[in-house]
Design a protein around this ligand. Structure first.
Ligand code: ADP
Ligand code: MG
Length: 374
C-alpha cells in the first residue's frame, strides 16, 4: 500500500490540524452478553484506526472524506444531509455519515471538514474495525469542533450510529472497548450500570488472536436472530433483560422451549464466567482463565450456536498445544477470529504453529493478528 499511499496534504492541499486514533478490540470473554445487560471483558489490540482532520478551509458545510482502506477516493456530502448509501462499495460511508448525522441530531455544532482515514484493524474479522472507525472519527470531530463529549458518551453515540443509521444492532461493548480499553489491560464492563474497571492480563500469560479467514457480517446474519431469541426468552420469563436472571434461575430457564432455553443458558453462564475470569485475572491465575475460555467456547458452540466448523477446528488445534491455557471464538461469531491465552514468551512461535496446522487442515488462509501490528 505504501507506494500508493497519499498524505493528507496530497489529498486536500493543506495540512491536518487534528490526528486522533482508536484501537480495535478483542473480547476476552463475555460474548453476546452486552445486549442482554450483562458483563463483558474486552481488551485493545495494537492495531489502530487513525483519522487526520481539519476544518474545511472554505468555511462551508461540506464533509470531504478519504480512506486509505478504500482506495483514497474522496467522498463529499453536506453536513445535516446525510443519506444511507445504496451501493455495496460505498457502504463504509454509512459509518462516516452516521457519525455526523447522530452528532447533529444530538445538537452538536459541526462545520465542514476534511478527513483522511487509515487503519490497520482488519475489517470484518470480529475485531471491531467499525467501532474503531466511529470512535477515532468522532474523536477527530470532537477535537476539531471542540465538542463537549466524554469517552463514555462518545461510545454511546457510536453505538447509536450503528443501531440507528447503519442498521446493525450491535451492543455497547465494541464502542466502549475502542473508546476505553488499553493493550495489556482488559475493560471489565457492566453494560447495565455502565460501571467499568481495568483488569490486568495475568503476568504469566499473553494473548494470541488468529483470524480464521472466514469473514463474518453483523448486519443480517444470525446476530439479529440471536437478539430476537433473547427477547423472546425474556418475554417467556416475564423479564426485560436476561441480566435479571442468574445461575439459581437455570432450572426455570430449562423449562423454556429448547432453543430459547439454550440461548438464555449461554447468557446466564457466560455472565458468571466473566465474573470468574475477573477473579482469575486478579489472582494471577492463567490456568483458571484458560478453563473459562474453553467453557465459554463450548457454550457458544452448543447453546448459542454461533460457531462454525472452521472456528471449532481452529480452537481445537490451539487447545491441543502444550503452551496454551485456553482458546475460544471471539466476537459475534459466524466466522471471524479466535482468542488464545498462551504462556508468556511463546505467542510468536505458537501462533505461527497453530496457523500452519489450521491452514493445512482447513484450506483456509488464517492471519495472525496478535502478536502483530506494531
Ligand atoms: P468489524 O467491526 O468486526 O470489523 P463490521 O462489518 O462491523 O466488522 O465493520 C466492517 C466495516 O466497517 C467495513 O466493511 C467498512 O465498511 C467499515 N470500515 C472499517 N474500517 C474502515 C476504514 N478504515 N475505512 C473505511 N471503512 C472502514
Ligand atoms: Mg463492527
Amino acid at each position: 500500500m505504501n507506494t500508493l499511499s497519499k498524505t493528507f496534504n496530497e489529498i486536500f492541499g493543506h495540512a491536518a490540524t487534528a490526528t486522533e486514533h482508536a484501537s480495535g478490540r478483542v473480547n476476552l470473554i463475555g460474548e453476546h452478553t452486552d445486549y442482554n445487560g450483562g458483563f463483558v471483558l474486552p481488551t485493545a489490540i495494537p492495531q489502530q484506526t487513525i483519522v487526520e482532520m481539519s476544518k474545511a478551509p472554505a468555511g462551508d458545510r461540506k464533509a470531504r472524506v478519504s480512506s486509505a482502506n478504500q482506495g483514497f477516493k474522496v467522498h463529499e456530502y453536506e453536513i445535516g444531509k446525510e443519506a444511507k448509501q445504496t451501493s455495496k462499495e460505498d457502504h463504509w460511508l454509512d459509518y462516516i455519515q452516521g457519525v455526523t448525522c447522530i452528532l447533529v441530531k444530538e445538537g452538536f455544532e459541526l462545520g465542514g471538514f476534511h478527513a483522511r482515514i487509515h487503519s490497520q484493524v482488519p475489517m470484518g474479522s470480529g475485531l471491531s474495525s467499525s467501532a474503531a472507525l466511529e470512535v477515532s472519527f468522532m474523536r477527530a470531530l470532537r477535537t476539531t469542533f471542540g465538542l463537549k463529549l466524554d469517552d463514555v458518551r462518545l461510545a454511546q453515540l457510536c453505538q447509536k450510529v450503528e443501531n440507528d443509521f447503519v442498521g446493525a444492532r450491535v451492543g455497547i461493548m465494541d464502542p466502549m472497548a475502542c473508546s476505553l480499553a488499553d493493550v495489556g489491560t482488559a475493560l471489565f464492563l457492566d453494560t447495565q450500570s455502565m460501571e467499568y474497571k481495568q483488569v490486568k492480563v495475568p503476568e504469566a500469560a499473553e494473548l494470541i488472536v488468529i483470524n480464521s479467514g472466514v469473514a463474518h457480517r453483523n448486519v443480517g446474519g444470525g446476530y439479529n436472530t440471536r437478539r430476537a431469541e433473547c427477547e423472546s426468552a425474556c418475554e417467556a420469563l416475564g423479564i426485560t433483560l436476561l441480566r435479571e436472571v442468574g445461575m439459581s434461575d437455570l432450572p426455570r430457564v430449562a423449562k423454556l422451549p429448547d432453543v430459547l432455553s439454550r440461548r438464555a443458558k449461554h447468557v446466564i453462564t457466560e455472565n458468571e464466567r466473566v465474573l470468574q475470569s475477573v477473579a482469575a485475572m486478579n489472582a494471577q491465575d492463567p490456568v483458571r482463565l484458560g478453563e473459562l475460555f474453553k467453557e465459554s467456547h463450548l457454550s457458544m458452540k452448543q447453546d448459542y450456536e454461533v460457531s462454525i466448523p472452521e472456528i471449532d477446528l481452529l480452537v481445537e488445534l490451539a487447545s491441543s498445544q502444550k503452551e496454551v491455557y485456553g482458546a475460544r471464538l471471539t466476537g459475534g461469531g459466524f466466522g471471524g477470529s479466535i482468542v488464545i491465552l498462551v504462556r508468556k514468551g511463546t505467542a510468536v512461535e505458537v501462533s505461527q504453529r497453530i496457523a500452519a496446522l489450521y491452514a493445512k487442515a482447513s484450506g483456509e488462509k488464517p492471519t495472525v493478528i496478535v502478536p502483530g501490528g506494531t
